[in-house]
Design a protein around this ligand. Structure first.
Ligand SMILES: [Zn+2]
Ligand SMILES: [Zn+2]
Length: 130
């Protein structure tokens, strides 16, 4: 029990230190080589259930990608995530307000900023692709 709690804390600390990055179980395994991959998978799914991390998508090989949504994560901003390099960008200010208002007007739907992630390709990755 002791050991389990400690392991989960180590994984959580690592993630919380990089709040604006996408990561996969294999990334955590590289940083914490003493913890087995199956333990990391198990802990990530626990953290996901308690809303400390959020699944933002899967790579082509179906490995799940997570991001930190626990205490201290950016709250009033929506995140744009580049599928190529994993970088996060913040959507805030007028652009976010326009998006919220049009969605609310058209669908009567209230967006959850902290939980929402828009996936795409960032400017520098788009340039590199050409
Ligand atoms: Zn952020
Ligand atoms: Zn990018």
């Amino acid at each position: 029990m002791e050991y389990n709690t400690q392991t989960r804390q180590m994984i959580m600390d690592l993630i919380a230190k990089n709040p604006d990055r996408i990561f996969k179980a294999s990334d955590v395994a590289r940083k914490l080589p003493n913890i087995s991959l199956s333990t990391i998978y198990r802990n990530l799914s626990r953290l996901e259930k308690s809303s400390i991390v959020q699944i933002v998508g899967a790579e082509e090989n179906n490995e799940l990608q997570y991001r930190y949504t626990g205490p201290g994560s950016c709250e009033s901003k929506m995140h744009l995530v580049c599928k190529d390099c994993g970088k996060f960008f913040h959507l805030e200010g007028p652009a976010l307000r326009i998006l919220q208002h049009s969605v609310a007007r058209l669908n009567g739907f209230e967006l959850d900023n902290q939980q929402s992630v828009l996936l795409g390709h960032c400017a520098s990755c788009k340039r590199r692709r050409k």
